[in-house]
Design a protein around this ligand. Structure first.
Ligand code: ATP
Ligand code: MG
Length: 383
């Protein structure tokens, strides 16, 4: 008998002909997530097993596996021979000595001599013999003993089913560049695209010296938390200080935000193309603030050719917050340091800016020169 973490995978099995590819990416991602922990990752028809680890690492393995997209559920349990004595020995370790319980058998090996019902009954009876304080409750038991009879004379025995992160393996849906601020929304947006299998790179705009080191550290921390789910090991930063100053000096104040966002998109597109990313990702949500109207989004889309994915577009702030808490970014996002957008914030930003007006105001600036200069400030921070 051997202690194992059993991993069942999610949508991958739907992918027909591409299944082999999806599974390869998935197992590479599992290996990456377990880096630094002694273990063996094994394949077992429709499941993966993490085995040969130190008892003390079990919890850490579970928490890392829980963050890997494509994992449908996971269980800590035992791999044994499928004869009755071996199954029973494992079941005794899994089942507490008192309370109500139920044995639940899945028979993957259809040639196994006992049916699922017979196994439930027999193992159940022997457990009660061993632990007289146990009672059977088939409807609402306090404890489950799951038996999964596999081919090749093996069985998996476990007591819990934990829900995984679901989604698709990161790396199976191309690559996107996340515009990450220090706020609540953009990290959640990155998480959601990664959940659909997208590799995420991180780009942050700062306005040093108007914004400080702490603001940057906060974004580094957010990207670090995200990278545990989404992969990626660098945060790129670009300064938009000069751009903000130029806009402030030369253009109508109500367009400050609109114009800055158009610059951000232009810069992001250049960097995305260099990084081999196929789209931009933002945390915008329709109507959340003045610049997140359909007119605002249209005006930023107009300066780029790459698609802009906005996975939060239809979400309420409350829904986003719930997700941010679950992902673990919320606490960091609400730290009080300003990111660049607040620095030159006008009192009354334009809500439905007209494209002709935008272009007229923008015409007062050396757009290409400013973009090039900003791209020149690119720095890479290892997460
Ligand atoms: P967030 O909570 O993600 O900061 P927000 O509600 O504050 O979003 P905005 O400030 O209008 O909204 O920003 C909208 C989106 O633009 C963000 O979700 C993010 O994708 C991008 N963005 C804003 N500021 C920055 C920045 N300093 N660096 C990189 N991207 C940014
Ligand atoms: Mg923000």
């Amino acid at each position: 008998m051997e202690k194992v973490v059993i991993i069942r995978y999610a949508e991958i099995h739907l992918k027909g002909k591409n299944r082999g590819y999806f599974e390869r990416v998935f197992s590479v991602n599992l290996e990456k997530s377990l880096k630094g922990i002694r273990h063996e990752l094994r394949r077992m028809s429709g499941r993966y097993l993490v085995a040969a680890f130190d008892e003390a690492d079990a919890e850490e393995i579970e928490s890392r596996v829980a963050r890997v997209f494509g994992v449908h559920s996971y269980s800590l349990g035992y791999l044994t021979e499928s004869d009755m004595d071996s199954i029973l020995a494992a079941a005794k370790l899994v089942c507490p000595a008192q309370g109500s319980f139920k044995v639940d058998t899945h028979r993957g090996d259809k040639k196994y001599p006992l049916t699922s019902m017979q196994l439930n009954a027999e193992v159940g009876a022997k457990l009660i013999e061993a632990y007289p304080a146990l009672t059977v409750d088939v409807h609402t038991p306090q404890h489950y003993v799951y038996l999964d009879i596999r081919d090749g004379g093996k069985a998996l025995v476990f007591g819990t089913f934990e829900e995984g992160a679901n989604g698709m393996p990161v790396g199976t849906s191309g690559k996107g560049l996340l515009l990450i601020s220090g706020g609540i929304d953009s990290p959640v947006a990155g998480y959601m695209m990664a959940k659909r299998g997208m590799n995420v790179e991180y780009l942050h705009f700062h306005s040093y010296p108007y914004t400080n080191e702490q603001a940057k550290d906060k974004v580094v921390e957010l990207a670090r938390i995200l990278s545990r789910y989404a992969g990626g090991n660098t945060l790129m930063t670009v300064s938009v200080t000069h751009i903000q100053e130029e806009i402030h000096k030369n253009c109508a104040a109500e367009l400050n935000v609109t114009l800055l966002r158009r610059f951000m998109f232009r810069i992001a597109e250049r960097i995305a193309k260099r990084a081999g990313a196929q789209c931009l990702i933002t945390g915008e949500s329709l109507g959340q603030v003045a610049s997140q109207t359909i007119e605002g989004m249209t005006s930023s889309n107009a300066v780029v050719t790459l698609p802009v994915l906005r996975p939060l577009v239809g979400f309420d702030k409350e829904e986003i917050i719930v997700r941010a808490k679950k992902i673990g970014t919320f606490e960091t996002s609400v730290l009080p340091y300003e990111d660049c957008c607040t620095v030159f914030l006008p009192e009354f930003p334009a809500i439905k800016p007209k494209l002709s007006f935008i272009e007229e105001e923008e015409g007062k600036l050396d757009i290409d020169g400013l973009v090039r200069e900003a791209v020149g400030t690119l720095e890479k921070i290892t997460l």
